[in-house]
Design a protein around this ligand. Structure first.
Ligand code: AHG
Ligand code: MN
Ligand code: MN
Ligand code: MN
Length: 336
């Protein structure tokens, strides 16, 4: 029994982050306070998503956002919750949200050193039918909190200090990296605490699953079309891969982190930069996948090396098992 009880230490995300913090002697706890408020936002949104059907929180608001998407009530509510929680932390000075056309510059009295980019509710198209949705976030340090500018936000993903997502599914799972690997926590609603359930997540080196919206196949470029063809009709007699596509990036990436394989949202003739947004979808997920030993590629370069020009820039993305991404990189290199 001793071995078992010692192996599974009872650890909450809050004390996990405090432990991480002790590795940075210069830290003053600001980072832990910021994460505490992000976690608070996730708990609030989790409760709202779970009772959406009952609390008349499903359906449309009647507005469209800067993406040209019809906003769902939960898109707007989640956005308000995170903006409020992040400002209340007193540790942020710039906020970038999928749902806001411009960045939010926090008023001086509540300003801190961090910039947070986030997708308050990812997978909105799946809300009304009860399929998993999530929140995605990334944290940068700003150069000078007294004179924050957009330059502080338009940083390459490799400058991220931390990134994570919370998936509101059959359970509420928070997956987080502060730069030393990836850990998963599951919300115990009776305690209101996220408990460490997936310590040190590593993506399997190669996978048997590919995850793409096949409905866009007629518009794919050659390397993507060739790769997907290989997944379905392999030449060397190996088994075809399994297709799994949920349509919520958080759910598709979570499965890819745990089971391995590849998630791809490629460019196509209609959208040459693909669909997923660089700052608050591509970067945080790429950061996590790399921290878990996988790779994230845009078709041209390492995803985290991208330097965004505008808040809502998009990029094609191929992420997942190390070997699977090597394959797609080879196909794009051969097409150069
Ligand atoms: P969001 O709901 O935050 O706008 O993001 C939706 C994204 C992402 O969650 C998912 O991977 C992708 O849209 C699915 O797009 P398609 O429906 O075109 O496959
Ligand atoms: Mn959206
Ligand atoms: Mn999204
Ligand atoms: Mn969203």
């Amino acid at each position: 029994h001793a071995a078992e009880s010692q192996r599974t230490d009872l650890m909450t995300v809050t004390c996990h982050v405090l432990n991480e913090q002790t590795k940075h002697p210069e830290a003053r706890g600001d980072f832990s306070i910021l994460l505490y408020h992000i976690v608070l936002g996730c708990k609030f949104v989790c409760a709202a998503v779970n009772k959406a059907g009952l609390a008349k929180l499903i359906g449309l608001v009647g507005d469209t956002n800067v993406q040209g998407e019809e906003q769902k009530k939960l898109d707007v509510l989640s956005n308000q919750v995170f903006v409020k929680a992040l400002i209340s932390s007193g540790r942020t000075c710039i906020l970038v949200s999928e749902e806001d056309e411009v960045a939010t510059f926090v008023e001086p009295s509540k300003r801190g050193r961090y910039c947070v980019v986030f997708d308050p509710l990812d997978g909105s198209s799946n809300i009304d039918c009860g399929v998993s949705v999530g929140t995605i976030f990334g944290i940068y340090m700003v150069k000078d909190k007294d004179t924050p500018t957009l330059e502080d936000v338009l940083q390459p993903g490799k400058n991220l200090l931390a990134a994570g997502y919370c998936m509101y599914g059959s359970s509420c799972t928070l997956v987080l990296s502060t730069g030393n690997g990836v850990n998963g926590f599951t919300l115990d609603p009776s305690l209101g605490e996220f408990i460490l359930t997936h310590p040190d997540i590593k993506v399997p080196k190669a996978g048997r699953i590919y995850s793409v919206n096949e409905g866009n196949a007629k518009n794919w470029d050659e390397p993507t079309a060739k790769y997907v063809e290989k997944c379905k009709f392999s030449k060397d007699g190996s088994f075809p891969k399994t297709l799994r596509y949920i349509g919520s990036m958080v759910a598709d990436v979570h499965r890819t982190l745990l089971y391995g394989g590849i998630f791809l949202y490629p460019a196509d003739k209609k959208s040459p930069n693909g669909k997923l947004r660089v700052l608050y979808e591509v970067f945080p997920m790429s950061f996590l996948v790399e921290q878990a030993g996988g790779q994230a590629f845009t078709g041209k370069q390492r995803a985290l090396d991208l330097v965004p020009k505008n808040l809502h820039d998009r990029s094609p993305i191929f992420l997942g098992s190390y070997d699977d991404i090597e394959e797609i990189k080879g196909l794009y290199a051969a097409a150069e």
